[in-house]
Design a protein around this ligand. Structure first.
Ligand code: HEC
Length: 173
């Protein structure tokens, strides 16, 4: 932090902190432009987290599958369309992060098993047709499971959500 910033904060009245902050600011050499900043605290280690397939499924795919469903049930087609894109993008990012899972190419598997089913959901969303959406969503969910079977995880079974979820999010248009 620059000395002038510290002084500004001090003027703002955080007086108890001032002495130690000023000392720290004076000791710290200004970081050159674009250089990585030093850890905020000595001893703080930022771990190099590399998400695995299960992490990415949990983080990127499963929540979008659920949200997409609720948006559709609420006939919130704008939100549903957004979630279709989120799901498509999530799988694309997974393919870039983990190009091959146990010697199976992820992009190829998604294209072969999943992409058309997601397109059908997208078509139902664009048609704003709930019955069509529900049928397409069920087929897409079956495709989640086809991929799990194909990638040696047949016991990972995804179903159409049958209980409320994301209580903090409004799904109605
Ligand atoms: C390209 C193939 C593929 C597709 C498509 C796919 N999955 Fe997965 N998924 C996997 C694999 C492989 C695993 C197991 C990963 C592991 O064990 O590291 C997995 C694991 C999971 C898990 C378990 C994560 C955990 O840590 O418990 C969930 C939940 C999941 N997938 C949800 C979904 C949903 C929902 C869909 C459909 C919208 C979907 N997946 C589509 C390949 C796929």
């Amino acid at each position: 932090m620059r000395r002038s910033h510290v002084v500004a904060i001090c003027l703002a009245g955080v007086l108890g902190l001032c002495a130690s902050m000023l000392a720290a600011a004076q000791n710290a050499a200004p970081a050159p432009e674009g250089a990585p900043t030093a850890p905020a605290r000595p001893g703080l280690v930022i771990l190099d987290f590399k998400p695995a397939m299960d992490d990415l499924m949990t983080m990127l795919v499963q929540p979008r599958h659920i949200r997409l469903y609720y948006a559709g049930q609420a006939k919130n087609w704008r939100l549903a369309g957004f979630e279709v894109n989120e799901l498509r993008g999530a799988l694309a990012r997974i393919g870039r992060t983990i190009p091959n899972y146990r010697n199976i190419n992820v992009d190829t598997a998604v294209a072969a098993i999943f992409a058309d089913k997601l397109k059908a959901v997208d078509a139902a969303v664009k048609a704003a047709d709930l019955a069509q959406f529900n049928a397409a969503f069920a087929e897409m969910t079956a495709a989640c499971n086809d991929c799990h079977k194909g990638m040696e995880h047949p016991f990972l079974v995804i179903k159409t959500p049958d209980a409320g979820s994301f209580p903090d999010q409004e799904f109605r248009p």
